[in-house]
Design a binder for this molecule. Sequence first.
Ligand code: BGC
Length: 751
Amino acid sequence: MRLLTKVLILVMLSFGCVSRAGEAQSGGSIEQKVESLLKKMTLQEKLGQMNQINWPWERSKAKVELFAEQVEKGRISSFLSLSVLPMSVGERNELQKIAVEKSRLGVPLIFGFDVIHGYRTIFPIPLAQSCTWDPMLVEKAASISAKEATSMGVDWTFAPMVDIARDPRWGRIAEGFGEDPYLASIFATACVRGFQGRDLSSVRSLVACLKHYVGYGAAEGGRDYNTCEIAERTLREVYLPPFKAGVEAGAATVMSAFNEISGIPAAANRRTLTEILKVEWRFEGFVVSDWDSVNELIKHGFAEDQAQAAHKALTAGVDMDMVSQAYLKELPRLVIEGKVLESVVDEAVRRILGIKLRTGLFDRPYVDPKLAEPTLLTDENLQVAREVARKSIVLLKNEKSLLPLKKDLKSLAVIGPLADNQGDLLGCWYGAGRADDVVSVLQGIRSKVSSDCDLIYAKGCDITGSSVDGFAEAVRLARKADVVILVVGESKDMSGEAHSRASLDLPGVQQRLVKAVHAVGKPVVVVLLSGRPMSVSWIKENVPAIMLAWHPGTQGGNAVADCLFGDYNPSGKLTTSFPRTVGQVPIYYNHKNTGRPASDSIYTSKYIDVPNAPLFAFGYGLSYTTFEYSNLKVNPSKISTGQSVKVTADIKNTGTRSGEEVAQLYIRDLVASATRPVRELKGFQKVHLQPGQTKTVSFTLLPEHLAFYDVHMNWVVEPGQFKVWVGPNCTEGLDGGFEVACRASRPVASD
Ligand code: BGC
């Protein structure tokens, strides 16, 4: 069968076989083609276009035959396959052939897959990628993922995830770009460009999907899928901006979220899906529900049965139903009974067909199996993966310049459950990534040290569990070593979907291992691998050097070693606050001042047992060199609404190594008709400086950077004083200010 399929496909490919649909659709604009198809469609065929099915985990013959039959009848528009089980090119082409050659109208299928931070070459988790503060590099990584994935027959990725997360208990914090809407918007744009490229119809363009729309990251208690309460202003200022940026960058699809916001489940929220996304933002692509979330409207208590769920989701603006099949089953009756207008169905189908046409699927429905493998894990892909991984590493502490290490150490002990570990470096949602492809931290270190170095390794303990049996060996080796590198943290299964944690401590007995090894008295470096910010207060207090490498992907071990031994000078900066203790969450730098900001006085907004400040703040990260900021200029010092302000500062490399600094620009609108955050990121620049070199960074604050939703929810710049900072993170920097003079008579920037 497989051989037959291959022969068939090769024949098709070599004859440049064009689908019936392709022929039928040649000529005319996309809109005309959509309308002409739509006219020919039966109601069942239309609903088929709105139906997405999961490619089965267990591929029984009966199931595959059933799917084939449904495809032939035009009842399936799209397959998605789970990250653990990507579909083969042969299987994909086989199904596509049925859709294109045998179904009545020959509309091709669109194949989706969660390519979140890589297909086979796995890049660091998105949260880590954001710590590069390098959108061009992140775009490059996304374009490599697109190249690998499309060559394997994936047309559509369910990424980027652009949910803002302020609570590290939430496992999916790993999948997003951190806590700041400005930064996340920039990465949303970069990813959409990287996945889709300039031309959606290009053979290497992977359709992007902004998810999860919207507010999913605000889950109460950090518990996945939980309820969210989000006020309209917070929604617009914090949670919506990355989606809007992604839509403006041309994202072809959006996924509705699982959560409800203030009583309205995201999969049936007409205000967010239709009024904001489709009308206000003029989004022209289509909305897919999240997994079974149309059905879940019943459990939410928002629909009494599947029919009502289908009705509510469709009329709210969900165009394609992922998995639940509620549309296919229930909408025929609802349309016939006049409860749902066929024109509403038509509108959803229009959007879906429009994207299928724009992607070139009608013209090029098949994937050439010969082109698949050569795109995977190429030298270039691996080199970019290493570059992203080392740029995403954040140096959290480096007392007495313990790092970088010398390569000619006499003996080096590498200890910890994540040291000789490949699989966990992949992180959550690792696409078609394989543990065997991963360079472990131990391997990375081994390839750096001189052959005379006595490199010794002990696991010490498991990532979880309570056994301390391995401690004695770990301590014995630590005694023998000049320096100890402790590689600790979380497994790949401790973050991502449905993997929220109530504790942010190191799991299992790892903290005890760190203490036992530290007690030996040798210089210790902790390399932290995790999918979320962790509260590592004891380590910060006691261990001289801490390097945060997140879940760094296929080239993780090499990247860590590059940083440990100074072949790369760390430049990553945090994009999420690191709490001292889980009791501080939600914690984020752009909070409000309150009427009683924390002070020495008792009756102020603070805890009696821990400071308000995080363990490590947003924007924080060290380098092996030092940078000095000077000469802040804010020009002009007085503007009227609608005008811009130029902010410049000098940055000097005052150390002895070349290095990169991420200069960050923050503002605060001091008095406004609705209270404003204590600081808001409005720009950043990454500068590379040789020792002794000075460069000037320059930012332009545009009206859109100064505007906000006023008391009437108008997007305006209000007159008054603004404070401005340029610095290395959200707590330090040079500060200045400027004044906005006259009151805005009307909104200044479109939103
Ligand atoms: C997740 C989505 C994912 C989808 C398909 C859902 O459970 O929430 O992020 O894209 O599954 O795998």
